[in-house]
Ligand binder design. Structure first.
Ligand SMILES: C[S@@+](CC[C@H](N)C(=O)[O-])C[C@H]1O[C@@H](n2cnc3c(N)ncnc32)[C@H](O)[C@@H]1O
Length: 302
């Protein structure tokens, strides 16, 4: 195993701890981008992976993975991230193009390059919240590529356990206008109380006509899957011990909470979308993805 303990603690950038998971998703997006049957293209993803010392030697194309698609990490897990990227791209684009929301907030944005690669309607603002070190690395890479965002883009460097609503307001977020929110690959790293707080805050900052998508893990006991190929491959091949990074407290029922506050919610499995798109992960025995759910919520207008 590659120095898991030292990588997983007390680090603010992408070089370790939860920040390193942003590079994992970027590598998966790079691999997905180069497939002939790609579900989501992210031309920036491989640049993040190639720029960070922490991801030295990681693949950015499937041809660089000796066992290819059958590899539990760069095959199945990367397929999962590819599908997730596509489904959430579709959610964001649908929300802004079919409604009048022009503020998009990416919570735990990591190396998400949607501000640079999606076709946003005129007047759209994309706020990106993550910790300072992660956003600094992102800017270094994107500046080096002279990348131009396709919407007004406002980074908000702050820890989501601090007063991020205040930082978002200072950055120009308008609570009187509808908004679209995304928490992709984030909530299971936060303590249960921080998840409840975050969902409450999104509700408080959202006027009618707003939309939210997020990912949760509903497993009662994550350790039940500690021997799953997905977790063991991630730990052995790249030294990320996900179970050590995930918060292991019982999770709150955030979708139920939103419903009780008047939001229309639907809770889907990733496998639903695999069937719809004809590619992606399917259930398997001892499946670390069994409890993953993608939640879509809309706040009706009064
Ligand atoms: C798995 S990555 C996902 C990144 C991005 N949403 C994506 O899907 O590409 C998790 C991200 O959550 C961020 N994150 C985790 N805990 C956080 C916290 N307390 N405050 C701010 N960001 C946090 C990490 O820095 C990292 O960028």
């Amino acid at each position: 195993m590659v120095g898991t303990t030292s990588r997983n603690t007390g680090v603010e950038g992408v070089e370790g701890g939860v920040g390193l998971t942003a590079l994992l998703v970027a590598a998966a997006r790079a691999i997905e981008t180069h497939r002939h049957d790609t579900l989501a293209r992210d031309i920036y993803a491989e640049h993040f992976v190639l720029a960070a010392p922490a991801s030295a030697g990681w693949p950015v194309r499937m041809q660089q993975v000796p066992d290819g698609d059958t590899n539990p990490l760069w095959g199945r897990f990367a397929r999962y991230f590819g599908l997730r990227t596509r489904v959430l791209d579709d959610f964001l684009l649908r929300s802004v193009h079919m409604g009048d929301a022009r503020q998009v907030v990416l919570l735990g944005a990591g190396l998400d390059s949607r501000a640079f690669r999606l076709d946003w309607p005129p007047g759209c603002v994309v706020f990106e919240i993550d910790r300072e070190g992660v956003l600094a690395f992102k800017h270094m890479v994107l500046d080096g590529l002279s990348a131009t965002p396709k919407a007004a883009r406002i980074p908000v460097p702050i820890d989501l356990r601090a007063d991020w609503a205040g930082a978002l307001a200072d950055a120009g977020f308008d609570t009187d206008a509808p908004s679209v929110w995304l928490a992709e690959g984030l909530l299971f790293y936060l303590p249960a109380a921080a998840e409840t707080d975050l969902i409450d805050t999104v509700d408080r900052l959202s006027t009618g006509g707003s939309a939210l998508a997020y990912e949760v893990k509903l497993d009662k006991d994550l350790l039940e899957y500690r021997d799953s190929p997905l977790y063991t491959a991630t730990a052995h091949q790249i030294g990320i011990d996900l179970l050590n990074l995930f918060d292991r407290e019982p999770r709150p029922d955030s979708a139920g909470h939103l419903t009780s506050r008047g939001w229309d919610t639907s809770v889907r499995t990733p496998f639903d979308f695999t069937r719809r798109h004809g590619r992606g992960p399917l259930p398997e025995p001892n499946d670390a993805l069994a409890g993953n759910r993608w939640v879509f919520a809309n706040k009706p207008r009064p």
